[in-house]
Design a protein around this ligand. Sequence first.
Ligand SMILES: NC(=O)C1=CN([C@@H]2O[C@H](COP(=O)(O)OP(=O)(O)OC[C@H]3O[C@@H](n4cnc5c(N)ncnc54)[C@H](OP(=O)(O)O)[C@@H]3O)[C@@H](O)[C@H]2O)C=CC1
Ligand SMILES: O=C(O)[C@H](O)CS(=O)(=O)O
Length: 492
Amino acid sequence: MLDDTTDIRSMLKTPSLLREDAYLAGNWVQAGSGKTFGVANPARGDIIANVADLSREEIAQAIDAAHAAQPAWAAKTAKERAQILRRWYDLMMEHQEDLAILMTAEQGKPLTESRGEVAYGAAFVEWFGEEAKRVYGETIPGHQPDKRLTVIRQPIGVAAAITPWNFPNAMIARKVAPALAVGCSFVVRPASLTPLSALAMAALAEEAGVPKGVFSVLPSTSSSEAGKEFCENPKVRKLTFTGSTEVGRILLKQAADQVMKCSMELGGNAPFIVFDDADLDAAVEGAIACKFRNNGQTCVCANRIYVQDGVYDAFAEKLKKAVENMKVGDGLADGTDLGPLIEPDALEKVQEHLDDALSKGATVLTGGKPHPLGGQFFQPTIVTGATQDMKVSTEETFGPFAPLFRFKDEDEVIALANDTIFGLASYFFAKDLSRVTKVAEALEYGIVGVNTGIISTEVAPFGGVKQSGLGREGSKFGIEDYVEMKYICTSV
Ligand SMILES: NC(=O)C1=CN([C@@H]2O[C@H](COP(=O)(O)OP(=O)(O)OC[C@H]3O[C@@H](n4cnc5c(N)ncnc54)[C@H](OP(=O)(O)O)[C@@H]3O)[C@@H](O)[C@H]2O)C=CC1
Ligand SMILES: O=C(O)[C@H](O)CS(=O)(=O)O
């Protein structure tokens, strides 16, 4: 374990961005119970902050405030809301370094990735500030001479969000930005492992002029209590969740009682396919980016790597060389490519998938055990001889584990790739135009990366099919989940 416990606050240009109070109805408050919970640095093990641990009653107070503040926020013009969102974007980018340091300190990803995530999250705020001004309606030719038909789109009301630890800024920004853009109010309960990024975002939103009550960040250790309040409180009109499919199911069941509008960004199990006509160097570059971003802790990362027989050995050798060049270490240290896993359970999951693969005939090509740094560090690992009966074929590893599968032809690999309950992201590398067209159409996924391992951008619709989710986030489509369509039939 690294023993450097440099105080994170001293690393910040604006130390006040490290907030330990909750942001509730426009006020910075401690929990009424006085309870707090520790936020650990996954690389060093030390506690870097003690954050207010709100009760369900306090979460309900934030919902009341959001409900009271929403009409005035919606009554602002789209341009007025857009200007505040633009100011928020500018502030996030002005404080990018501090937000990145806070993110690496609480989540572990390398500082370079944290900087990228801050810019990615801010880009949603910028994008939806612009989209705010384009929430158009329609007129429809009347069905009778005296009828005038119009369709308008209005903000749905109070939106409530539960977000994961792996992208503690962008997963909130991807939700709060469209919500505020159209005139909704928004409350979020961030993952208890990573509340600091969310609280820093709130501090900048407050500075940007988001009115009191319109946006609340509600840290708590009882995620189930927060989820129940969000699903059962009649003032909440919309639930948006990013996290595992398992928890998504729980929330959907809870939300059913109120027939609540839900957006679900859930788990994945991405296939990454290398055909024999692929540019192998590009495929290796794509595999590194896709598999090892955030140390493999992303829902869109390659979970299964399928390589056509003719290029299997060449690809494996090239990938091995690239992986062995990656530096494992503290995300705050220069040159780190791979940080720690978020918590001990995550390391155990990687070990479990590795052990299962080895027990079923796989062979370690590189890595294959916890890293000498100890703690939550694990060696980036490649195994060959992976087969469809292994756990990694049905479960998300969420770590630096790359299993290589062989395949013979297109039909075989499409069947293998689609053989999962998930359908979020998929990737393949090939040159033949006919093959690219056919395979992209045949993959049962919400997202297909062709000759690239990174697909994430605010301008495109992000989301899954099958049990990877409901709805889309980002792009012009992302705003739909925060408006209700109203049909007006006027007799003249
Ligand atoms: N499709 C997508 O865009 C994404 C999907 N994911 C998926 O999420 C998983 C990893 O993230 P992880 O955070 O561990 O996922 P979890 O689903 O365990 O947690 C996600 C969030 O839900 C909260 N939560 C857990 N149980 C409940 C409950 N019963 N009611 C309400 N909230 C609850 C957690 O709180 P706490 O942890 O504080 O207890 C956390 O804030 C992977 O499967 C990954 O693929 C992650 C990110 C993006
Ligand atoms: O949680 C995730 O894994 C993110 O949705 C991935 S991305 O949007 O950063 O690609």
